[in-house]
Design a protein around this ligand. Structure first.
Ligand SMILES: Nc1ncnc2c1ncn2[C@@H]1O[C@H](COP(=O)(O)OP(=O)(O)OP(=O)(O)O)[C@@H](O)[C@H]1O
Ligand SMILES: [Mg+2]
Length: 300
């Protein structure tokens, strides 16, 4: 496959979990909507050869793990073909660590889709390490498919939601969100929150006279400005702009209750630029009840 062709595929991580199968279904529908091939990808960690383990015994385990991986991939392919018979589906099994391999694969993909949980972790854990690693370090947009629990399918109806904070990364999220809303033929809700935390908590002891109505008006203008060009590019998408005086996570989670997808940038305006993922995106990955798309500006 040429590099250009690879950039036009959707990769989905398969690990035999219920959550990954939800991701496969979500990705199959997405591939059908975008007319892109789907690549089902399983990464398999094999036990190293060790002096105290009999060679035949290790070989048996290795064979078993690889056969199990292929079985998961075949089951995933069956699901994908059942939902989207017209799409091209490929299966791929690679030996190595899932996070590292998928991050590398994401260099050459349009989209990576994962479940919120896998087979590992512990009961009660809200999102797995592979999903967090890809959201933080993937090279293309990453969708973590979520419902109320990892066993629940994601919601199908409702608008696409995008979190806008005015940063360049959130502009990339807005672009992706418009594309998704248009493909899904649903409305877009653009949410911008602002808080008076720095005013109310830090400055409350000081005698500042703040005109909150004027601040709110500025914030509404900021959101409207960020949306203008995109509204013109996608006249088919109905947009609702929501400006809330709230913390971003709370505002977005509230709106997400009726959404089918929430789109955020990997980072926002926060100061900790060394971190792969901003705190809002991170919290949404843990608590959203619908799929979360984490988007970064295109580098290619
Ligand atoms: N070995 C793998 N190969 C391909 N995709 C994987 C693999 N492991 C996980 N994934 C993908 O990542 C999603 C989340 O799984 P993840 O491994 O992050 O969570 P977990 O197993 O619950 O916790 P842990 O962090 O302990 O592994 C899965 O639903 C699947 O889409
Ligand atoms: Mg796992």
């Amino acid at each position: 496959m040429t590099d250009t062709a690879a950039h036009h595929q959707i990769i989905v991580g398969v690990d035999g979990s219920v959550s990954a199968l939800h991701a496969v279904r979500w990705a199959a529908r997405e591939a059908a909507r975008r007319h892109l091939p789907l690549r089902l990808y399983h990464a398999c960690v094999l036990p190293p050869a060790a002096p105290h383990v009999a060679k035949e015994s290790r070989e048996g385990v290795v064979e078993g793990l690889i056969e199990q991986g292929h079985e998961w991939l075949r089951a995933a392919e069956w699901e994908a073909r059942d939902l989207a018979p017209a799409i091209e589906v490929h299966r791929e099994l690679r030996v190595g660590t899932a996070s590292a391999l998928l991050i590398e694969q994401s260099r050459h993909a349009r989209l990576v889709v994962l479940g919120s949980r896998g087979l590992g972790g512990f009961e009660g854990m809200l999102v797995g390490s592979v999903s967090v690693a890809l959201a933080a370090h993937g090279h293309c947009p990453v969708v973590v498919v979520r419902g109320h629990t990892p066993q629940d399918p994601p919601p199908e109806g409702g608008p696409v939601l995008v979190g806008v904070d005015g940063s360049p990364v959130s502009d990339a999220a807005v672009a992706f969100a418009f594309e998704e809303a248009s493909l899904r033929e649903v409305g877009l809700v653009a949410v911008h929150t602002w808080t008076d935390m720095s005013v109310g908590e830090t400055w409350s002891v000081l005698p500042f006279d703040i005109d909150y109505d004027a601040v709110a008006e500025d914030e509404r203008r900021l959101l409207a400005e960020r949306m203008t060009g995109w509204r013109e590019k996608y006249p088919d998408v109905t947009v609702r702009e929501v400006v809330l005086r709230d913390r971003p996570v709370r505002g977005l989670l509230k709106e997400a209750e009726s959404a089918q997808l929430i789109v955020v940038g990997s980072r926002g305006r926060g100061a900790m630029t060394g971190m792969g993922l901003g705190s809002t995106s991170q919290a949404l990955l843990h608590h959203s009840v619908c799929p979360v798309a984490v988007v970064r500006p295109a580098v290619r």
